[in-house]
Design a binder for this molecule. Structure first.
Ligand code: NDP
Length: 319
C-alpha cells in the first residue's frame, strides 16, 4: 500500500518508522529536508521527495502530523489538495481544531477524497513502541480503511464520532494535562515553602486521592531530577488548551478553570519560548514563589503575574 507521511517532528518521525517496511511503501516529506534525508538514511525502504504535492501523488493513504490544523490547511493550499487522487484518504494525526478539520473534510469530500482527524496520545515513547492511543473523528467505514496504517503505530484506536470529534477529545484531554501540571507545581511549591520536601509530598500524594500522571510520572522523572527533557513543546500544549477553551465556549459550557489555565499557558509560552517543554511551565511558578521544586536553595520571588483579565472577561461572558 502506498502511504505518505508529512511531518517528521518529535512524534511524527517515530510514528512514520512503523510504516517504513512492507506491506507499506512509504514516501516521507518534511519542511526541513535534512530531517527527511536522515529518516530515509536509516529506513532505506522509504523514499523522500522535494515537495509535499509530490509526496502525496499516487498515495492511497496520506498521514499528516503537523503542529496545528493551520499548517495542514496551508499544505493543502500549497498543492497537496490538487495532487491527492480521488479515492485517496487523508488521515490527520495533528492535534488539530475541530472547525478547521470539518472545513478540510468538506473541501476534500467535494473532490472524492476522504478525511479523518486522528490525533494521538501516548507521547514520543508510545510512538516509538507503537502503543499510541488514536482518537478518530469521521466515517466509521473510512476508519476501517485507515486501520492498518493506524494500527502500525497505535494500540488503542477509538472511533469518537463525526469529523472533529477526535480533535475535540484530544484538546480536552490535554486541557486536563495542562491543569494537572499547573496545579501539581502550585501544590509542590506551596509545600516546599511550608517545609515539606517535594519528594516526600509526591510519595504521599501518589498513594492518595490527589495523584495524576503529572504527580506520578512527570514531576518525579522530569522536575525533581531537573532534567526537563524536551518531548512535547509547551507551545503545542498552549495551542491544545486554547482549542479546548474555544470548544467549551462554542458549546456554551462555563469552564472557568480551563479558560484560566489556557491564559496561564499562553503566559508561560510567551515567557519560556518556542522550544521549552510543556513541563517547564513549572518554572513560572518557581519564579513567582522563589522556590525550586526538588529542594535547591530558595531564590528571591519575582513580581507576581499580571491578573488573568481575559479569562475573567470570558467567564463573565459565559455566565
Ligand atoms: P514538532 O514541533 O516536534 O514537529 C512539528 C513538525 O511539523 C515538524 O516536522 C515541522 O517541520 C513541521 N512543521 C512545522 N511548521 C510547518 C509548516 N509551516 N509547514 C510544514 N511543516 C511544518 O511537533 P510534534 O511532532 O511534537 O507534534 C506534532 C503534532 O502531534 C502536534 O499537533 C502535537 O500537538 C501532537 N502531539 C505531540 C506529542 C508529543 O509528545 N510530541 C504527543 C501527542 C500529540 P520542521 O522539521 O521543518 O520544523
Amino acid at each position: 500500500m502506498n502511504v505518505s507521511f508529512l511531518g517528521l517532528g518529535a512524534i511524527g518521525a517515530p510514528m512514520a518508522r512503523h510504516l517504513a517496511t512492507p506491506p507499506f511503501a512509504l514516501t516521507v516529506w518534511n519542511r526541513t529536508a535534512e530531517r527527511a534525508r536522515r529518516f530515509v538514511e536509516s529506513h532505506p525502504a522509504a523514499r523522500t521527495v522535494d515537495s509535499p504535492a509530490d509526496a502525496v501523488r499516487g498515495a492511497a493513504i496520506v498521514v499528516t502530523c503537523l503542529p496545528s490544523s493551520r499548517e495542514v490547511a496551508a499544505l493543502l493550499d500549497a498543492g497537496v489538495r490538487d495532487a491527492l487522487a480521488p479515492g485517496a484518504l487523508l488521515v490527520d494525526c495533528t492535534s488539530g481544531d475541530p472547525a478547521t478539520s470539518r472545513r478540510i473534510a468538506a473541501e476534500l469530500a467535494a473532490r472524492g477524497v476522504a478525511f479523518l482527524d486522528a490525533p494521538v496520545s501516548g507521547g514520543v515513547v508510545g510512538a516509538e513502541k507503537g502503543t499510541l492511543t488514536v482518537m478518530v473523528g469521521g466515517d466509521a467505514a473510512v476508519l476501517e480503511r485507515a486501520r492498518p496504517v493506524l494500527g502500525a503505530f497505535g494500540e488503542k484506536i477509538v472511533h469518537c464520532g463525526d469529523v472533529g470529534a477526535g480533535d475535540a477529545l484530544k484538546a480536552l484531554n490535554n486541557a486536563l494535562l495542562a491543569i494537572h501540571v499547573w496545579t501539581t507545581a502550585e501544590a509542590l511549591a506551596t509545600l516546599e515553602k511550608a517545609g515539606v520536601r517535594a519528594d516526600v509530598a509526591l510519595d504521599v500524594i501518589n498513594t492518595s486521592s490527589g495523584r495524576s500522571n503529572a504527580s506520578m510520572n512527570l514531576f518525579p522523572d522530569r522536575v525533581l531530577t531537573r532534567a526537563f527533557p524536551r518531548t512535547f513543546r509547551l507551545a503545542l500544549l498552549d495551542k491544545d488548551i486554547g482549542i479546548a477553551a474555544d470548544v467549551a465556549r462554542e458549546q456554551r459550557v462555563p469552564t472557568p478553570v480551563i479558560q484560566l489555565t489556557a491564559e496561564l499557558f499562553r503566559l508561560a509560552h510567551a515567557a519560556l519560548g518556542e522550544e521549552a517543554d510543556h513541563v517547564e511551565a513549572t518554572r513560572l511558578i518557581e519564579d513567582w514563589s522563589g522556590v525550586t521544586i526538588g529542594g535547591a536553595p530558595a531564590r528571591p520571588a519575582s513580581p507576581p503575574p499580571p491578573p488573568p483579565s481575559e479569562a475573567t472577561a470570558m467567564l463573565e461572558q459565559d455566565l
